[in-house]
Design a protein around this ligand. Structure first.
Ligand code: NAD
Ligand code: DAU
Length: 354
């Protein structure tokens, strides 16, 4: 048996592929465009594995997707491929529209044609799992209850609007054509192989490089953090036992203000890699201009997946963030290699630093 994973060279997709191949005997076809966020070094341990077939390509390339489906006959397609960084979507939204909306549409069309021609048992067993985000629900005030699956869609950034559009398309393909689709809407992930444009890895690599730790605005925006391997276990559980047409919110009940996250990262680095002068890394924290339209708070109500599918995260925030900081300290080559010319260009555009 085989599954087709899209975006499997990115942060969550690659963690998913690595975990999948370690825990199951099914093969993975991994389709990834290798944008700046895709990194084959993350998958280096799979070199020579007959169970991992990597294909560089675009989910929007209908002919390529159709030929991969025809050749490998997967029993499921898992769509992780996306443009994923909110700040980049504010600077240049076009790629977000192309991949997250048009790309998802083309993928849906190719999968619909493939699924429509499967014989009866394979057709019944087939699943398309669409990986989405809590950002589609918009922003909460401090006293609002956490997002449930029935919370109205109110996306605020080009990124979240493009993900919302993709969620609507997959919903329509289930409703109209009966395509057996599962959607997951997850909160903020963190962990190994996280590209250092996002808050937690950026703070770790900047701290170690002696650079400023840029906190947007007052730093009191709240995110709900989940260790990436727990997100991967939730996706496996939804694929196994989720009901087609259903949406599952995924989160670990770990709401934290950004400034607390940054202080936690600094405290762990102070303990594990103390600075020569004895100062705390927290002295590098700097307040910078806020993100335009910055969502104030996200929080996931994960009751449905816990109750109906018996899923629970394995890590607490304390255990997960400790593992994450340890991973970055132990993998300086991975970090150095992703800080390519394209990465430096982004950092200059966004933070105007050398
Ligand atoms: P990422 O940016 O690290 O990786 C995205 C991957 O998709 C990259 O490998 C990239 O090369 C690939 N890709 C981009 N456009 C493509 C295209 N047109 N065709 C094929 N491949 C393409 O993203 P991530 O953080 O791993 O997120 C994966 C998915 O999970 C996304 O759909 C994102 O919206 C969702 N999500 C992310 C988080 C989070 O905290 N990171 C939380 C919830 C949901
Ligand atoms: O909620 C799920 C989403 O989480 C995913 O859908 C997105 O793909 C993922 O990128 C993430 O979006 P956020 O915008 O929440 O993540 P980011 O790491 O960019 O920022 C987290 C918070 O930290 C946010 O409030 C902005 C703030 N921040 C971020 C950066 C990069 C800073 O204060 N300084 C920074 O330099």
């Amino acid at each position: 048996m085989t599954i087709l994973v899209t975006g499997g060279a990115g942060f969550i997709g690659a963690n998913f592929v690595l975990d999948w191949l370690a825990q199951s005997d099914e093969s993975v076809i991994n389709l990834d465009k290798l944008t700046y966020a895709g990194n084959l070094e993350t998958l280096a341990s799979l070199q020579g594995s007959a169970r991992h077939v990597f294909v560089q390509g675009d989910i929007g390339d209908a002919d390529l997707v159709a030929s991969l489906l025809a050749q490998h006959r997967p029993r499921a397609v898992l769509n992780f491929a996306a443009e994923s960084h909110v700040d980049r979507s504010i600077h240049s939204p076009e790629d977000f529209i192309q991949t997250n909306i048009v790309g998802t549409f083309r993928l849906l069309e190719a999968v619909r044609a493939y699924w429509g021609n499967l014989e009866s048992a394979a057709k019944t067993a087939f699943r398309l799992l669409h990986v989405s985000t809590d950002e589609v629900y918009g922003s909460l005030s401090a006293s609002d209850p956490a997002f449930t699956e029935t919370h109205r869609y109110e996306p605020n950034s080009p990124y979240s609007a493009s993900k919302a559009a993709s969620d609507h398309l997959v919903r329509a393909y289930h409703h109209t054509y009966g395509l057996p689709i599962l959607t997951t809407n997850c909160s903020n992930n963190y962990g190994p192989y996280h590209f250092p444009e996002k808050l937690i890895p950026l703070m770790i690599v900047n701290a170690l490089a002696g650079k400023a730790l840029p906190v947007y605005g007052d730093g009191l925006q709240v995110r709900d953090w989940l260790y990436v391997k727990d997100h991967c276990s939730a996706i496996r559980r939804v694929l196994d036992a989720g009901k087609p047409g259903e949406v599952y919110n995924v989160g670990g009940w770990n709401e934290k203000p950004n400034i607390d996250i940054v202080h936690t990262v600094c405290a762990l680095l102070d303990e594990m890699r103390p600075k020569a002068d004895g100062a705390s890394y927290s002295t590098q924290i700097t307040s910078v201009k806020d993100r335009p339209g910055h969502d104030r708070r996200y929080a996931i109500d994960a009751s449905k997946i816990e109750r109906e599918l018996g899923w629970k995260p394995a890590e607490t925030f304390d255990s997960g963030i400790r593992k994450t900081v340890q991973w970055y300290l132990a993998n300086p080559e991975w970090v150095a290699h992703v800080q390519s010319g394209a990465y430096r260009e982004w950092v200059q555009t966004q933070y105007a630093v050398a």
